[in-house]
Design a protein around this ligand. Sequence first.
Ligand code: SF4
Ligand code: MG
Length: 316
Amino acid sequence: DHDMAARLAARMGMGHEPATVHAVDDVSFSVAPGEVVGLVGESGSGKSTIGRMIAGLLPPTHGTIRFEGADITTRNRAETTAAALQIQMIFQDPMSSLNPRMRVRDIISEAPVYHGIITQSQAREFVAQMLERVGLEPTAGDRYPHQFSGGQRQRIVIARALAVSPQFLICDESVAALDVSIQAQVLNLFMRLRRELGLAYLFISHDLGVVEHISDRVVILYLGRVVEIAPTDALFSDARHPYTQALLAEVPRLSFEKRRFEPIKGEIPSPMNPPPGCHFHTRCPFAGPRCSREVPRLRQDGPRAVACHLEDGGVA
Ligand code: SF4
Ligand code: MG
């Protein structure tokens, strides 16, 4: 369908060689314009690796990343710069991504001036607009990052991202370091920006509560593989993959789910040396002989997809 041209489609893999990055194995999903997709998994699931590959910060060893129909897998060429600006990443810790010696005005105007989106003489007015857009005083541009709270600093990071007019934000645990009340404020900001600017998001989080709040669809990762994709409502009312069910059992307020499913037993195995077959078989209460032998396929069923032998002929 013609929508596909405007989707972000990421199909990528990450080899097992580099010891510092978590392996990702043939992950494939897309994000439509204006859509919020939550990407959920435990630490070591590869969710940050995927975000960094889409943002162009980490090259995949194989596979392609497409944006608006164009291959942006390698982004060191001039013709891919425009696409790179369209995709901005927002990390967990705003302090480490803000230069402490730069005024907020220069932090926000640096990229748009460099890329010719605005001139230096337009910077003051432009920065004031960006700051207002994220709920900060226009005069905040005169100050330095350390003069702001954690939540305000994250707003500065968001303003810097918005300054190059992106269509797509990758948020990697972007509210995880903030107090719960501040988390809600920043999430509300993300939702407002989506309404006002039509932004799409890939919202990476270990926290299903946060993801439920903000996402249209959710992608569940386990040890570098997608195990389930579903519209958010469907996922929370009718999780199909045993790993998703176990994750839901750990969300405290979902008392109904808690009675239906057992929380996950055991440690997550090393992502460098995942179990054969279904990676989840070492912790799955439903595992059978087939599960350690054969990798389950991610089977599409309408808007949903599940990778589990229970949904595909059984575990025997
Ligand atoms: Fe559990 Fe087997 Fe399904 Fe994996 S394939 S989630 S081990 S039942
Ligand atoms: Mg991470």
